[in-house]
Design a binder for this molecule. Structure first.
Ligand code: FAD
Length: 273
């Protein structure tokens, strides 16, 4: 199948892209095209105008300060995997990037596109929620920041307004004692996850955070301290299933076991790191 006809433009600034979005009915942003391309071909999306943001220099930039690293929205998964951008996590971000899809998809797919699309099974969504990242968003009314933890409203649904663009993702730096664990359960390498577990510990900053992906919506974040995570062994399956349910996880017994398993393995990896 081929896409329905559309116009195409490639602005050079965020302001131009935001203006085009605000003034053109049915306009859509195109980043890596790894999700939007198939949606166009299947005619699940039929925009009147595609606004290609991959030539906007400020969206490809990475900024660093003492507290954080801000990764531009069009930085690709492959650039992060290869360590071509500064990593505030000492190796955790490249580790996550490596597990996203296949290299061909990672070469074009972008971190901003992944978050804006908000597939519940997407890797960045869970991992960056665990890192307490913030979205930088630009629109016709200017720029704003939003915590990633509240950004997703449901499956493929975010708080982005029609005229808004994800400009970057601000990731707080962790101390040198921070440890990370990530586990993705999928049937075949390169596929979307059936469950993702993430564990982040930073004793210097009193952070002990667990995040589990969900099948239907935003990832679930939990305080690891309340689960007695201070020791050297992960909590047992029953404890994790109970904690997931208490935090709002839905699904049947199989789903809960899958999510508890991903979480338990992420914790084990974090504790061994
Ligand atoms: C075979 C295959 C396997 C995959 N496996 C995985 C996987 O295991 N894990 C995973 O996490 N992902 C996976 N993906 C998705 C991949 O990571 C995509 O790169 C990502 O979902 C979308 O990024 P993109 O840059 O290609 O966005 P696009 O396809 O260009 O856009 C996606 C959507 O986001 C919007 N958008 C894009 N950028 C912005 C922005 N800056 N501001 C506002 N809106 C924006 C677009 O309008 C569109 O609606 C897979 C994709 C494929 C094709």
């Amino acid at each position: 199948m081929k896409p329905a006809p559309f116009d195409y433009t490639r602005p050079r600034t965020v302001a131009d892209a935001a203006r085009l979005l605000a003034t053109t009915p049915d306009a859509k942003i195109l980043a890596g095209g790894q999700t939007l391309g198939p949606m166009l071909n299947l005619r699940l999306a039929q925009p009147a105008l595609l606004i290609d943001i991959t030539r906007i220099a400020e969206l490809a930039a990475v900024r660093e300060d003492e507290q954080s690293v801000t990764i531009g929205a069009t930085v690709t998964h492959a650039a992060i995997e290869d360590g071509r951008v500064p990593d505030p996590t000492g190796g955790f971000l490249p580790r996550v990037a490596r597990d996203i899809a296949y290299r061909a998809v990672r070469t074009r797919g972008t971190i901003g596109g992944s978050l804006a699309h908000a597939d519940p099974a997407a890797d960045w969504l869970s991992c960056l929620t665990a890192l307490e990242a913030e979205m930088l968003i630009a629109g016709a009314d200017g720029e704003r920041r939003a915590p990633l933890s509240g950004f997703m409203r449901g499956a493929m649904e975010t708080e982005l307004r029609h005229d808004e663009i994800v400009v970057g993702i601000r990731i707080p730096r962790r101390s040198r004692h921070a440890r990370f664990g990530y586990h993705k359960i999928c049937r075949k390498t390169g596929e979307f996850a059936e469950a993702i577990g993430v564990a982040v510990s930073d004793p210097d900053r009193q952070i002990l955070r667990l995040v589990a992906s969900t099948a239907a919506g935003a990832p679930i974040a939990m305080d690891g301290g309340s689960l007695g995570l201070g020791g050297t062994r992960p909590p047992d399956q029953a404890t994790l299933r109970q904690a997931l349910q208490a935090a709002g996880a839905s699904g049947d017994a199989y789903d809960l076991t899958l999510h508890a398993t991903a979480l338990q393995r992420a914790i084990t990896r974090m504790q061994a790191a």
